[in-house]
Design a protein around this ligand. Structure first.
Ligand SMILES: [Fe+2]
Ligand SMILES: [Fe+2]
Length: 307
């Protein structure tokens, strides 16, 4: 068992309150404390009763992917927490406590909505999970995260962060919010779900920023990490596009009256992908101060402050 020789918080260094993770933690304590049980779902129930069967199926499908995804990121975050703890990165670990609590609340919210609005009861929703989703969430994510339990290398950390924060939160989930917003007609329908999604997506913005920051530092310190990150992003892109893009021939055509537009979703996902890629690529030639300055500027923006 590893023993310690000192604790940062009682050393000369103390806690770095101006660091990015501590600043994100301050935001989380203000913006991440909403209660999934507090949303009024009465109008959502009425909207569900009037929705066509095809649109119900769309909404149940999207919500199933979010529900399973939130459970996955709740279950699979702990190895990252252990990894930063092992590295003695106190500020990162402090921030990750709010990150995990937020994922747990997201998991709670979606199940409450499924129980109370479509009233799924004992229905098993695994039928909505396709092969690409299964591969990404049942294999790639847990494998990349659990590798951190036995592999302390920067490469393992870069692969885990790229899988979790870049591809799943940064590309797939962001595209999912876009799809939801079409289905809820920009919040005109299902106001309870729409209100929760606004808060969930604001939490996710902090999660993604944390992951991007960790990756920027890894790449800035060792440009070889860029190859690892880029390779991992390219490796997972076909699976992400397989989830948001057109259905495979064996899945049959998109039914008449569906609000799902696979071409628009693919385009949206690709834009997110390229945007994330550019930020990380830039880190190859940035100094640590430049990375810190870039994050500091972003942290004053609206979605972080909740104004
Ligand atoms: Fe989440
Ligand atoms: Fe998240």
């Amino acid at each position: 068992m590893a023993t310690r020789t000192e604790y940062l918080s009682i050393s000369k260094r103390g806690i770095d309150f101006s660091s990015v993770p501590m600043r994100l933690f301050q935001k989380s304590k203000k913006l991440g404390i909403w209660d999934p049980m507090a949303f009024d779902l009465a109008q959502d129930k009425q909207d569900w009763a009037l929705l066509s069967q095809v649109r119900r199926d769309d909404l149940l499908g999207t919500t199933t992917l979010f529900q399973a995804g939130e459970e996955a990121v709740t279950l699979d975050l702990l190895p990252l927490v252990m990894s930063v703890a092992k590295r003695g990165r106190l500020e990162e670990e402090i921030y990750l406590t709010s990150f995990l609590w937020e994922e747990a609340k997201h998991t709670e919210f979606f199940r409450r909505w499924l129980d109370e609005v479509p009233e799924i009861g004992a229905q098993d929703l695994h039928e909505y999970i396709g092969p690409n989703y299964r591969h990404l969430f049942f294999e790639e994510l847990p494998t990349a995260m659990q590798r951190l339990l036995s592999d302390d290398s920067n490469e393992a950390l870069a692969r885990a962060l790229t899988t979790y924060n870049m591809m799943i939160e940064g590309v797939l989930a962001e595209t999912g919010y876009h799809s939801y917003s079409r289905q809820l007609e920009q919040g005109r329908l299902f106001p309870g779900l729409a209100a929760a999604l606004r808060l969930i997506s604001r939490d996710e913005t902090r999660h993604i920023r944390f992951g991007v920051y960790m990756l920027q530092l890894l790449i800035q310190e060792d440009p070889a990490m860029w190859e690892v990150v880029q390779g991992r992003m390219q490796e997972l892109l076909p699976q992400v596009l397989g989830i948001v893009g057109p259905p495979a021939p064996e899945e049959g055509p998109i039914p008449e009256g569906s609000s799902y537009d696979p071409d628009e979703m693919t385009e949206f996902a690709m834009t997110q992908y390229q945007r994330r890629m550019r930020v990380l690529e830039r880190a190859r030639t940035q100094t640590r101060d430049e990375v810190e300055e870039e994050v500091a500027d972003e942290l004053t923006e609206e979605f972080f402050t909740g104004r």
